[in-house]
Design a protein around this ligand. Structure first.
Ligand SMILES: [Mn+2]
Length: 324
């Protein structure tokens, strides 16, 4: 059942011991939503216990109170709440516990998808932390630097530093409340999230860009790192993650294929598309899977044989799009 944020605040004030849950493959907005929520609970003398069925990303380690995540035992909670978690499956191993609870709450900003007893959803906001800021006012909890630092970090992460299209006037309005009276530098929230790439990772990305090849009038880009490149840079497969943006930002490029030879003859492949192009079928041809804008698979053999085949699938996706 959908309820107002005022009603949500009421339900939270009635709780004494809350289990707070986030989503698998977690991210900064989810983590900071949980941590900020736990600070609200502290002020209200409500016990809170934070659970996320996920590894925590490297760029979350600096966040205040990060040690609170997954530090409690599951116990009898009078209330459970999920934050920033759009579907029950995204609760991972906590799904059953949550869904079977008689007093479950949900605060989220994704698409409508009811699985809690009482839900507050605002899909117009680009970050869940913006809702937590509104909740803070309703719960009449005083500002603190740590609370606002967490909330700002969540907003920065989910808006890509106010770069994404989802950023709207409400975003700036609530964010201006967040940073109104803070005693910390704005950049102290930005730098750990956006300017803290591992050096080896950046060198791998540069190598992949240097090795890149282009097809179909520069509409398809292949970024490639061989096993020898990785050895040369003393790097491993994980260092080649999140490199697609380098080619994606090129004006002509519509589809990026990232290819990393993690072990000799074993290639991890990711497809990414820009705009409205559907590449979900590309990786399926090689036994992988994916979504409209991102897909992945694993292929075996030699680069010279594999790459033309990968490009062929991208070409098909491009043709389908051009026909529309
Ligand atoms: Mn979010």
């Amino acid at each position: 059942m959908n309820i107002t944020l005022e009603q949500m605040a009421e339900k939270i004030l009635n709780a004494k011991n809350i289990g707070v849950f986030g989503h698998i493959k977690t991210d900064i907005d989810c983590i900071t939503s949980l941590l900020a929520f736990s600070l609200l609970c502290d002020s209200l003398n409500i016990k809170s216990h934070l659970f996320i069925d996920s590894n925590l990303p490297e760029n979350s380690k600096h966040l205040p109170f990060i040690e609170r995540i997954n530090s409690s035992e599951i116990q009898k909670f009078d209330t459970v709440i999920s934050l920033d978690t759009g579907a029950a499956e995204r609760l991972g191993k906590y799904k059953d516990l949550f869904c079977q609870h008689g007093n479950s709450l949900k605060i989220d900003h994704h698409e409508p998808n009811e699985y809690a007893k009482f839900e507050y959803l605002d899909s117009s906001l680009p970050a869940n932390c913006l809702i937590i800021k509104k909740l803070q006012a309703l719960l009449k909890v005083k500002d603190s630097d740590q609370l606002n630092y967490l909330l700002l970090s969540g907003v920065l992460a989910d808006t890509g530093c106010f770069k994404y299209n989802s950023t709207n006037s409400e975003t700036f309005k609530i964010t201006s409340e967040i940073i109104k009276n803070v005693g910390f530098d704005y950049s102290s929230a930005v730098v750990p999230l956006f300017q803290s790439v591992d050096k080896t990772k950046r060198l791998v990305q540069a190598r992949a860009m240097n090795n890149s090849r282009f097809y179909e009038n520069n509409k398809i880009a292949v970024m490639f790192v061989s096993n020898n490149d990785l050895k040369d840079l003393r790097a491993s497969l994980i260092h080649s993650s999140q490199m697609s943006y380098l080619a994606q930002e090129i004006n002509t490029v519509k589809i990026v294929i990232c290819v990393t030879e993690g072990e000799k003859g074993v290639f991890s492949v990711s497809y990414y598309s820009k705009g409205d192009i559907d590449i979900s079928e590309c990786a399926k041809a090689f036994g992988g899977g994916g979504h409209k804008g991102a897909a992945g698979c694993k292929v075996f053999g030699s680069a010279n044989v594999i790459i033309p085949k990968l490009v062929d699938e991208a070409r098909k996706a491009l043709e389908k799009y051009d026909e529309k």
